[in-house]
Design a protein around this ligand. Structure first.
Ligand code: TNX
Length: 542
């Protein structure tokens, strides 16, 4: 029986074969999906091919490690061992040339990328810009360049010119390693992932009621006892000072500044549980309620509260009238500052609900002196705006914009982490689950990928002088997550949007355009093995 006429059959075969034909080489640089969106992109209509003859040339020794970093990014997926050579001549055919040169319009983190059929030239005023330009090159290659196994090419990049630099210098994320501990390897992977999107700050929340996560040599019980559990009663963990230094060095090579936080004077139960002398004679009636009743007899009968594994906040505090308190604070800040090359120390300062207000203010003023004495600038959560803030201090907004305004009126600098749009621990919606387990919380809001993207730093901080706004941080609190996969599921795909909010010109961003670009990053995130949330608001290309 003849079901389809011959001409129709030919037509269908032609149709199928034409739709299966591999796409031609990419030639339109303006159509590529780069996140964060670059400041300017111009196309020239051809493409460069990375192949087994490609060589990387760097203009001088100090660029060598970046050339090697780029070569390493190519290795697994292409199977090519792209050699890195030092040579100051102009780029020859088949080369990727990295060079630094002054360019007043590019800023300290900016870069210029010229891609021709014959070569790629990446130049920047500083090494940080070269690193950022390398991330752009990675994103311009086919998504499978991020695969760990060898893939089939060709490895083509559209030609043209990109000039790019950030709107804000503080583009970061905070990771809470206190509520649940995350290993050195996990933290390094997170550094790799955030820096792929040109973020440059990782704030580590290193202590809280549930655990103390960084070795303090003069107070060893903090980790030997106070680091041994976490939310839900798991085994916890901590970083030795050497491991912390290893994280810091890894971050430095990726132009990420580590900001260590020790949360004071509240969120301190793990320390009180480790050293009764810090708790003074406080009467403890039940787990997690160490400050329910404060005895007047400090030091009389040091009682340690139990380690805490729940998720309440605001119940613990240091005591300002306790002689041990500042010995402890001085030692902790001194030891951590000594192994932190970055310019900041974060003293926490949030939710000190059981610290009397005058004591709280006195505490912050004193912490600031100690931080300065150790050569760092103080950062604190927004409540520190109540203390003596000046233009060297940084205040991190999370809930009440009034505190940020108060801080700015005192000349303080502001990091924006508005919990209703920028908290990575908020669920996407009421059904958010990973592998059948509900994760995330929603005390501030449900944050779908579009609402995470649709805000601006400057309008979220009305009335604050723009020069005082350092940028943004997306905090990832870990009460509900304990594995790297769960971490990734909450961070992605919102984190690339935060990276773009901090980097790209504010008036040149549109959700309707961004969602298409983000959809194309599905394939890249998949190739990187990221367990990301497939938001129904995005058409994923994988
Ligand atoms: C509030 S935000 C906190 C944290 C919690 C978080 C949970 C802030 C400065 N403090 O202690 O982990 O909410 O979303």
């Amino acid at each position: 029986m003849r079901l389809i006429g011959f001409p129709i059959l030919v037509f269908i075969v032609l149709l199928i074969s034409s739709s299966c034909k591999p796409a031609g080489p990419p030639t339109d640089l303006t159509k590529e999906s780069i996140i964060p969106k670059p400041v300017s992109v111009a196309k020239t209509g051809s493409s460069f091919e990375l192949d087994d003859d490609t060589q990387i040339y760097v203009a001088h020794d100090s660029l060598y490690f970046l050339g090697q970093y780029l070569s390493d990014r190519f290795k697994s997926a292409t199977g090519f061992s792209v050699p890195v050579k030092i040579g100051s001549e102009a780029p020859g055919a088949g080369t990727i040339f990295l060079t630094t040169k002054p360019d007043q319009n590019l800023d300290t983190e900016g870069y210029a990328l010229i891609i021709t059929e014959d070569y790629i030239k990446l130049s920047a005023p500083e090494l940080h810009g070269i690193f950022n330009g390398i991330q752009t090159i990675r994103q311009l290659l086919p998504a499978i360049i991020e695969s760990v196994a060898v893939q089939k090419g060709p490895w083509l990049i559209s030609s043209g010119v990109i000039r790019d630099y950030p709107a804000y210098h503080w583009r970061g994320s905070m990771l809470d390693v206190a509520r649940h501990f995350f290993s050195v390897e996990d933290v390094k992977r997170y550094i790799d992932l955030i820096s792929y999107y040109k973020m440059n700050v990782l704030h580590l929340h290193l202590s809280d009621d549930q655990g103390w996560r960084i070795e303090i040599k003069s107070w060893p019980n903090l980790t030997n006892y106070g680091g041994k559990t976490e939310v839900g009663g798991g085994e916890g963990g901590f970083y030795t000072q050497e491991q912390y230094a290893d994280i810091v060095a890894y971050a430095k090579d990726r132009f990420v500044t580590i900001v260590p936080e020790i949360d004071l004077p509240g969120h301190i139960n793990a320390a009180l549980a480790s050293y009764g002398e810090l708790n003074g004679g406080t009467v403890i009636s039940q787990e997690g309620k160490s400050s329910e009743k404060q005895s007047q007899d400090i030091g009389k009968e040091p009682q340690r509260p139990k380690l805490y594994t729940g998720i309440e906040v605001g119940f613990s505090t240091l005591r300002i009238d306790n002689p041990s308190t500042f010995k402890f604070v001085e030692d902790v800040i001194r030891e951590i500052c000594a192994i932190t090359p970055g310019p900041y120390f974060h003293i926490g300062g949030d939710e000190a609900h059981v610290t009397p207000k005058q004591d709280y203010i006195a505490f912050i003023n004193q912490f600031k002196k100690i931080v300065r004495k150790n050569g760092k600038k103080m950062i604190g959560w927004e409540e520190i705006a109540q203390a003596n803030i000046d233009d060297e201090d940084v205040v991190q907004h999370w809930k009440s914009i009034q505190y940020a305004k108060t801080a700015a009126a005192k000349l303080g600098r502001i990091i924006m982490s508005p919990s209703t749009v920028a908290y990575l621990d908020m669920s996407y919606d009421s059904a958010t689950k990973f592998n059948g387990k509900k994760i995330g919380t929603h005390w501030a809001a449900y944050i779908e990928v579009d609402s995470a993207y649709r805000w601006k730093i400057s309008t979220a901080a009305p009335g604050i002088y723009k020069d005082y706004l350092l940028g943004l941080e997306a905090p990832l609190w870990s009460e509900t997550i304990s594995t790297m996969d769960e971490l990734e599921f909450l961070a992605f795909p919102r984190l690339p949007g935060y990276a773009e909010i901090g980097w790209s010109p504010e008036d040149n961003r549109e959700w309707s355009e961004y969602r298409v670009r983000l959809g194309k990053h599905g394939a890249k995130m998949k190739a990187m093995g990221i367990d990301f949330y497939r938001s129904p608001n995005v058409e994923w290309v994988e």
